[in-house]
Ligand binder design. Structure first.
Ligand code: AMP
Ligand code: ZN
Ligand code: FE
Ligand code: FE
Length: 278
């Protein structure tokens, strides 16, 4: 299959800015073969895009980006090709979202203790119904004038090791991979240079990880080649996408990563073999 795919896109159902309709417009303009909405801990954006598809549109692959806890790391794990109606997967997603909202409240409490006048309602308004992420808190802090910019929120308050940072109460890798497999999908380590999660590839492979995201704005050419070799060694599939969020300075634009569409064949084969063995 010639052409390109983008398997890592965010909507405003998590911390992206584009509505499902706006995202679909961008996908159409880029003439992609296939795409995946991979919102954080959430399938609502995927469902909304699916509802807008026409027969002429590129193929939409079910996707989601889970935050997974390993030691003190917040690892991102992408899941693809699962049954979006799987009950266990949807229950897990609900738990992930509750965890995020509770954590959002805790971050606001910490900020209040630091003397910042911010309410959870102000953050919720920016999140627009989505589960709370740090980007929403960062935007809220900038909006109320507590910091000069979005970036400054992370530098001063909510970046890791900063005073209002609260870790997420996440699932662990084994649990997440098991849930994804039981829903008939593949689990893929996202953007493996961020926090050097690539160092855990062997461990994750032992737990049943299926793939590694080698095309991502944060992965340079040398690392991409290195990860490709590691994927071959561990018999993993490779995936990629722009991680489009639409916020300034945040990763790529839709279709920016030039991910070859043939990678999707491997992904589908892998899903098939997971389903055959479950
Ligand atoms: P959360 O999943 O709620 O912890 O939010 C994580 C998101 O916050 C990441 O996907 C980044 O987009 C954003 N983020 C984390 N650290 C920074 C930073 N130092 N500067 C800007 N954005 C950041
Ligand atoms: Zn995000
Ligand atoms: Fe991520
Ligand atoms: Fe992402």
């Amino acid at each position: 299959m010639a052409g390109y795919i983008d398997l890592h896109l965010h909507t405003n159902f998590s911390d992206g800015v584009a509505t499902p309709a706006e995202l679909l417009d961008m996908v159409r303009q880029r003439q992609l073969i296939a795409f995946a909405v991979a919102d954080h801990d959430n399938l609502d954006g995927y469902r909304a895009v699916k509802g807008l598809l026409t027969d002429d549109d590129p193929e939409l692959i079910p996707g989601v980006e889970f935050s997974v806890a390993h030691d003190d790391l917040d690892m991102h794990m992408l899941a693809y090709g699962f049954d979006p109606d799987n009950a266990e997967l949807n229950e897990a997603i609900e738990k992930f979202q509750e965890n995020r909202n509770r954590r959002g409240e805790k971050m606001v409490e910490r900020l209040n203790q630091l003397g910042i006048d911010l309410t959870i309602e102000q953050v919720q308004k920016i999140a627009g119904g989505a589960a709370i992420g740090r980007p929403h808190v960062a935007q809220a802090l900038a909006a109320v004038g507590a910091v000069p910019s979005y970036e400054a929120s992370f530098r001063t308050y909510i970046g890791r090791d900063k005073p209002a940072y609260v870790p997420k109460a996440n699932f662990v890798p084994a649990e997440t991979i098991r849930i994804v497999h039981r829903a008939g999908g593949v689990a893929v380590l996202a953007h493996p240079t961020i926090d050097n999660t690539i160092d855990h590839l062997e461990m994750l492979t032992g737990l049943g990880l299926d793939g590694v995201e080698i095309y991502h704005p944060s992965v340079g050419k040398a690392n991409r080649d290195r990860f490709k070799h590691l994927a071959e060694r561990y018999r993993l599939i490779t995936t990629g996408g722009s991680d489009y969020h639409g916020l300034e300075g945040r990763y790529g634009i839709v279709g920016s990563e030039k991910v070859p569409a043939r990678l999707l064949d491997d992904l589908k084969r892998r899903c098939q073999s997971i389903r055959n063995s479950h």
